[in-house]
Ligand binder design. Structure first.
Ligand code: 8DG
Length: 136
């Protein structure tokens, strides 16, 4: 990670840490032609102009996986330098208030056991989040 990066756009993305009663984690898989193709990641997306990070996450969860979320609490964030932009991504812990996750605008959606998480392909920015999650 670099502390420089002058001139690169800052991208603000909100993401969700959603666990079920058994401790499984809900992840989405990126599309084959997206940046970081087919990586598994915390569901979420870009915060649009005029939106709060929380409102953006609620919208993205509706659009991408068809669920309503509640009890959003800031959990961790990452600040990661990608080649063409700098990512600032708050990860909110939250719960599903209604709906069953479906792959509406993602390649796939699935629940994973904690011991399955390390074997997945993740975006590089997510490494510290994964470690924090597995450490708790
Ligand atoms: N949702 C999410 N994005 C992540 C994670 N880790 C990570 O590096 N990213 C990056 C990948 C993308 O470059 C960026 C999210 O942008 P995106 O293009 O997928 O967001 P979006 O859903 O708003 O997409 P779009 O409407 O522009 O197609 O953040 C993560 O855990 N979850």
């Amino acid at each position: 990670m670099s502390a420089g990066g002058a001139g690169k756009p800052l991208l603000l993305v909100s993401a969700a840490l959603i666990e079920d009663a058994a401790g499984r984690v809900l992840l989405t898989q990126r599309k084959p032609r997206a940046h970081l193709p087919l990586c598994w990641e915390f569901p979420g997306g870009k915060v649009e102009a005029g939106e709060t990070p929380e409102a953006a996450l609620m919208r993205e969860m509706r659009e991408e996986v068809g669920i309503e979320i509640a009890d959003l609490k800031p959990w961790r964030f990452v600040s990661h330098d990608y080649a063409t932009f700098h990512l600032l991504m708050p990860l909110f812990s939250c719960r599903i208030a209604s709906g069953e996750p479906q792959a509406l605008d993602v390649h796939a959606v699935a629940w994973f056991e904690r011991d399955q998480l390390r074997a997945l392909d993740w975006p590089p920015a997510d490494e510290p989040l994964l470690e924090a999650l597995l450490a708790q």
